[in-house]
Design a protein around this ligand. Structure first.
Ligand SMILES: [Ca+2]
Ligand SMILES: [Ca+2]
Ligand SMILES: [Ca+2]
Length: 569
């Protein structure tokens, strides 16, 4: 996933330093992992205390009945409508050991060892490279239809244009093992990690950069970015040609807004550049980064379509190409309470336009929404019709207020963890708070987003390519599995074309800027010990569900619904 919510602790530090604590209420205890309090909340607006507040009653799910899930089918062909794929997901940089050429290795490696010393060293990660083939058995034991993983670009191409046959053969072996286990591979081309030569994090953002084989200067450089787009498209074409005989499902990029905010805004991901707080000129550069990443999606899409000409699963489509989008339940807020004030509603709509619509509209309609009103207004016909399916990734509900305009261009403040400005809300149920990530799991938010997307893009097939919860409590993970499936089933019953669910993650891994504390795995990993994988209660339950392709009344009674969850200890 999906780190930024609590990675934005770092943003809060940056902003609070920059603003010299003129917004003191938002700059409190940095390590607070308790839910935001309701009483005594900071007053960050000048509005009347009796501002309009909405009714946030929970939906009525009715009495639990048995839910049946159809067999797995195509992600994008018309024949796949109504099908349902059970899966789990990982990403290379989060699981792979022996990965020194990736920017995350350099970024997190201790300074004494020649690294940049940011956050927790990724190091051995989950030993998911050494164990990649045997880990396929974990997916098989769960009875999954599909496994989503990423190929690490830096492992394949540690030096520009020097492709490592050994690395390609490694992923061949993984794919062969999946096919042998009757598990369909889904490959993500770019999941938050790059070779160091894409944009060397050791170069200061203010330093001039001339693109070279050693450093293409990154997504913000007017000369380097087109070269980088061509390189990643070439890489994608190589993967498609190599693996296309066994792989049909491709995701180009992952959570683009989260990724670009973290890597080119908040400085918590490599290359650690801040293009957002540099005034209008800086923000304009950030927007150019966003457009270049859309161009990268388009180039990857075209490269895969050209190179993967073999239909592996017989649905009539050789390559089904989408991307995966981070979504959330964005709740208008003010003074730490839900708000129905028009200025807060409008602020939440702008955040939604950026997070939910900007990329997906751009690569369907062929246009860019320059003013974040949810309507593309700058024509890019070369981007049109470049999306076969959309991956939806849902983790949390959070507040957005128009009482602060701290985010340039969007004129809003978002509550990420304890980054407040009056946008943070107390979780409706304290047991739904996820302490290691600092946000609220709100199950019906996924339904709301899926229904919204189904109405906006009725011809676009969707798959929930990530949903999960950071917890060490097996029963909480089992509850998350059932509640997520219940909300997906609600959307399907309403006619929304949702074709699958991938749990994040198959096993515990390196959670980016958050290191190893949040555990998202269906399998628990013994980090620093044996690295062995042990099934959680979530894994045991999911195995039962996939075995019968049914969610029973008993399972729903035990784990489902909208009530309290098993608490964190
Ligand atoms: Ca194929
Ligand atoms: Ca196919
Ligand atoms: Ca617009």
């Amino acid at each position: 996933m999906s780190a930024p919510p609590s990675s934005l602790r770092a943003l809060r530090r940056v902003l609070c330093a920059a603003l010299l604590v003129t917004v003191a209420p938002a700059c409190g205890d940095d390590d607070d992992t308790t839910p935001p309090a309701d009483a005594g909340a900071p007053d960050t607006g000048s509005v009347d205390a009796n501002f309009a507040q909405p009714d946030l009653a929970l939906p009525d799910l009715g009495p639990p009945v048995e839910i049946a899930f159809a067999p797995s089918g195509s992600t994008s062909a018309a024949s796949g409508a109504g099908s349902f794929t059970f899966g789990a997901a990982t990403a290379a940089a989060q699981i792979e050991d022996q990965n020194p050429a990736t920017d995350w290795y350099l970024w997190t490696r201790p300074e004494a060892e020649g690294g940049l010393g940011n956050g927790i060293f990724v190091g051995e990660a989950s030993r998911g490279f050494t164990r990649a083939v045997e880990d396929v058995a974990l997916a098989a034991q769960l009875g999954l239809d599909s496994y989503r993983f990423s190929v690490d670009w830096a492992r394949v191409e540690p030096v520009r244009d020097d492709v490592q046959e050994e690395a390609l053969a490694h992923y061949d072996a993984v794919i062969d093992a999946l096919v042998a286990a009757d598990i369909e591979p889904m490959i993500t081309v770019h999941h938050f990690s790059s070779p160091v030569w894409a944009d060397d994090p050791r170069r200061a953002t203010s330093a001039p950069c001339t693109p070279s084989d050693a450093d293409l200067c990154g997504w913000a450089d007017p000369v380097g970015a087109p070269l980088l787009i061509a390189e990643i498209a070439e890489h994608a074409g190589l993967l498609a040609a190599r693996y296309g005989d066994r792989v049909d499902d491709w995701a180009t990029i992952n959570e683009p807004i989260n990724y670009l905010l973290a890597s080119y805004g908040l400085t918590v991901f490599p290359p650690g550049r801040n293009l957002i707080l540099g005034g209008d000129a800086g923000f304009a550069r950030f927007i150019e980064v966003v457009k270049n990443y859309i161009r990268a999606h388009v180039a990857i899409y075209d490269a895969i379509k050209a190179a993967d000409t073999i239909d592996a699963d017989g649905d009539g489509v050789a390559a089904s190409v989408g991307f995966t989008l981070s979504v959330a339940k964005w709740q208008p807020a003010r003074r730490n309470r839900p708000s129905a004030e028009p200025v807060d509603v409008a602020a939440a709509e702008r955040v939604e336009a950026v997070y939910h619509y900007l990329f997906a509209d751009a690569v369907q309609q062929g246009g860019f929404d320059t003013d974040f009103d949810g309507v593309p207004d700058e024509d890019h016909p070369e981007w049109a019709d470049k999306l076969d399916w959309l991956g939806v990734q849902y983790y949390f509900r959070t507040g957005v207020t128009g009482a602060s305009t701290i985010i340039p261009g969007i004129e809003a403040a978002v509550c990420f963890d304890t980054f407040d400005f009056g946008a943070c809300l107390r979780p409706a149920d304290p047991t739904h708070f996820v302490p290691t990530m600092g946000y609220e799991y709100y199950a019906p938010g996924l339904y709301d987003v899926l229904v919204d997307f189904g109405a906006r893009w009725p011809a676009l097939p969707m798959t929930v390519t990530e949903a999960g919860i950071a917890t060490e409590v097996g029963a909480r993970r089992a509850e998350h599995v059932v509640r997520t499936l219940e909300q997906i089933a609600r959307a399907r019953a309403d006619g929304v074309d949702v074709r699958g669910y991938y749990h994040w993650s198959l096993f515990d891994n390196f959670e980016w800027a958050e290191g190893y504390e949040p555990r998202f795995g269906l399998y628990h990993v013994d980090f620093g010990g044996t690295w062995d994988r042990e099934p959680t209660e979530g894994a045991t339950l999911l195995t039962t569900i996939t075995g019968s392709r049914t969610l029973t009344v008993a399972q729903r009674m035990q784990y489902g619904g909208l009530g309290p969850m098993t608490p964190e200890p």
